[in-house]
Design a binder for this molecule. Sequence first.
Ligand SMILES: [Zn+2]
Length: 333
Amino acid sequence: MNSFLKSPLINPVKCESQSPSRPMLPTKPANILLPKVFLLLATLTGLTLLLGSLAWAQFPPDEKVLPKVYVLPQPLDRGSPARVILKNLPPEAQVTGQFDGKPIFFFKLDDAQIGLFGADIMLKAGAYPLTVSWSDSVQTEKKVLDVIVKEKSYGVRDIKVPQNQVDLSPEDLARTKKESQETSKALATKTPERLWSGQFIEPVEGRINSSFGRQTRLNGVLNARPHAGADYLVPEGTPVKAPAAGRVILTGNHFFAGNSIYIDHGQGLISMYFHLSAIEVEYGALVKRGQIIGKVGRTGRVTGAHLHYGIYINGARIDPPVFRHMIANLMGQ
Ligand SMILES: [Zn+2]
């Protein structure tokens, strides 16, 4: 038998006041008191109902809906973009966020606040905290969500280039270090405003012959750095279009990337175009979606003419076609 059922706690307890030995106090006859008590109770109930209905009319029930925060997609592949969506916030709420030690910027879309972020191609599988805070003139609220990043296999590509482009001379090594500093500085650009709107278009029409995320076996030796963009196999001279509006934050001729353009689309979103035969925009220029910015070429360390197109969100290297689909879904176009 269950010991709980035998517990003394549920045994009846004798009550002292029930003792018949206690002396009885004299009382008024019940038939005189009862109507007065009943009348008093009825009056009080009536008053309570009246006041209650008046208060209801002046202060209708609180219709405030609780804020909602969620991440799409979940789980997330390494090398993929995602968005955090906040709904039911106070109208003038200021939103900030952070993922993987990097800031997330937010913009309003219909009745929601949207923040874009990415799981860098080198991010290991696991749970990563994403923090969002929103505040208005009255209060600040904070929420931490777990973003699950999962492993994705992107495969390996074999590339053969002249050996002096792998084992660099001291001069070439010094050049690549200087260029790496320049590109790091450009990639750290944080423009709080969103400069783009609508969907992202393709920079060129063509087949991707070397997709994002692949590891490169360079002259037979596996390189630790995965391919941080998508290569479009298109003929030399094909015009390259800006996929969305933004500002040119770097142009140059680099040892590995050849003639390159970097465009800042605002809120930590940066796109880049490598191996061009011509650069047709200047540093600092504002470009529109569809504007021709350069021409496809074979400059830098390449095996043939193609366009290398890369997208970074707050420093996270992500798959450009996956990003384009996400923005198309988000913007409903
Ligand atoms: Zn490439």
